[in-house]
Design a protein around this ligand. Structure first.
Ligand SMILES: *Cc1c(COP(=O)(O)O)cnc(C)c1O
Length: 380
């Protein structure tokens, strides 16, 4: 049987047309975009083109897009760079308990240097309460960082409302939009965010590429110092081939947004319905309606999630227990714990994250495998 890949929140397959667009820049078009000769100008044109596609995906202007090495660097730049530029000793960053580690550990790094962090709690659906944010915004606040959609559960935060609260107090707002950009319609102007992180490899682009949206008019945060690349906002010769691929991935994602979302939602709903009916007891950790259309997170109490995932892998089915970034850790998911799940529930979860290539047949094959495995694991 061909393998089944249900781990698209960890990474996705490189789209064939993205690969084709990248190839010339891995072979013959090797110019440095900062060079003034024809080789350089060709690379510069390719960067400009990619920048326009990334900007268009999220309703930004091309000049507001800074290319980075990925979502992690974009988050680091947004948080560490902003705190650096504001330079308020003892300043406070307000974020949530369910953020990606790229955000949480950037905050931790700053905390070690004397800054302070407030982690907003979340409800059982994984969402912050706006009243908590309002209360946390004291005179020391320098930045609010709230993700758009959670990588483990798909839960969507009230970003527009949160950004508006921060704005009313004159505090900068960053959003980790890595799981949302290219999967949901995003308009940074409507959202009212100042900074927004994207990653290429979560939307069928190459790994090692991403971007930070920096709203025009704010002082740009800088993390990597050196030459005058990216209008002095990110030094280092640009990874041209990867950026070209990222641009094409954004163009395709925008074009296919509705189709992909609809396909994923159909599959996800079927998977959810069949699991609830046929693999009881199962606890849903993601909520339809306020969740990414491609993500389903379920706990199977009494079964070790890690063990279940390994056994599914032996049957050629790739899922995960949560974030790929701490898959080696045996700790129950901090995201699910923050959502009020018990240790048993949090360590018995499986995250199914679908992509545009998945099919109904695959969903049915996964349900069949799950039924067998969960029954036999519970029997032992
Ligand atoms: C994957 C992910 C990141 C990190 O992006 P990379 O490009 O892999 O560095 C950050 N935030 C979220 C929510 C993610 O899912």
């Amino acid at each position: 049987m061909p393998k089944i890949y249900f781990d698209n929140n960890a990474t996705t397959r490189l789209d064939a047309s993205v690969f084709e667009e990248m190839l010339p820049f891995l072979r013959d078009n090797y110019g440095n975009p900062s060079s003034l000769h024809s080789f350089g100008r060709e690379a510069r044109r390719a960067l400009d083109n990619a920048r326009a596609h990334v900007a268009n995906l999220i309703g930004a202007e091309p000049g507001e897009i800074v290319f980075t090495s990925g979502g992690t660097e974009a988050d680091n730049q947004a948080i560490i760079g902003t705190v650096d530029i504001i330079g308020k000793p003892g300043g406070r960053i307000i974020t949530s308990a369910v953020e990606h580690q790229a955000v949480l550990n950037s905050c931790q790094h700053l905390q070690n240097k004397g800054y302070r962090t407030t982690l907003l709690p979340v409800d059982r659906e994984g969402r912050i309460k706006l009243a908590d944010l309002d209360k946390a915004l004291d005179n020391d606040a320098v930045l609010v960082s709230i993700m758009y959609a959670n990588n483990e559960t798909g839960s969507i935060q009230p970003v527009e409302e949160a950004a508006s609260i921060a704005k009313s107090r004159g505090i900068l707002f960053h959003c980790d939009g890595v799981q949302a950009a290219g999967r949901l319609p995003i308009d940074v102007r409507k959202l009212g965010v100042d900074l927004f992180s994207l990653s290429s490899h979560k939307i069928n682009g190459p790994k090692g590429s991403g971007a930070l949206f920096v709203r025009r008019g704010i002082l740009a945060p800088v993390l990597i110092h050196g030459g005058h690349h990216e209008q002095r906002r990110r030094a280092g010769t640009e990874n041209v081939a990867s950026i070209v691929g990222f641009g094409e991935a954004c163009r395709l994602a925008k074009q296919r947004l509705d189709e992909t979302a609809r396909n994923c939602a159909t599959l996800r709903d079927r998977l959810e319905k069949r699991i609830i009916e046929e693999v009881q007891p199962a606890v849903l950790n993601s909520c339809r309606g306020i969740c990414l259309p491609n993500t389903l997170n379920v706990s199977f109490p009494g079964v070790d999630g890690q063990f279940l995932a390994i056994n599914l892998d032996l049957m050629g089915i790739a899922v995960s227990t949560g974030s790929a970034c701490h898959a080696e850790s045996r700790e129950p998911s901090y995201v699910l714990k923050a959502m009020g799940r018990s240790d048993d529930e949090a360590s018995s979860c499986i995250r199914f994250s679908l992509g545009r290539e998945n099919t109904i047949e695959e969903v049915d094959a996964v349900v069949l495998a799950l039924k067998e495995l969960v029954r036999s694991l519970r029997a032992t």
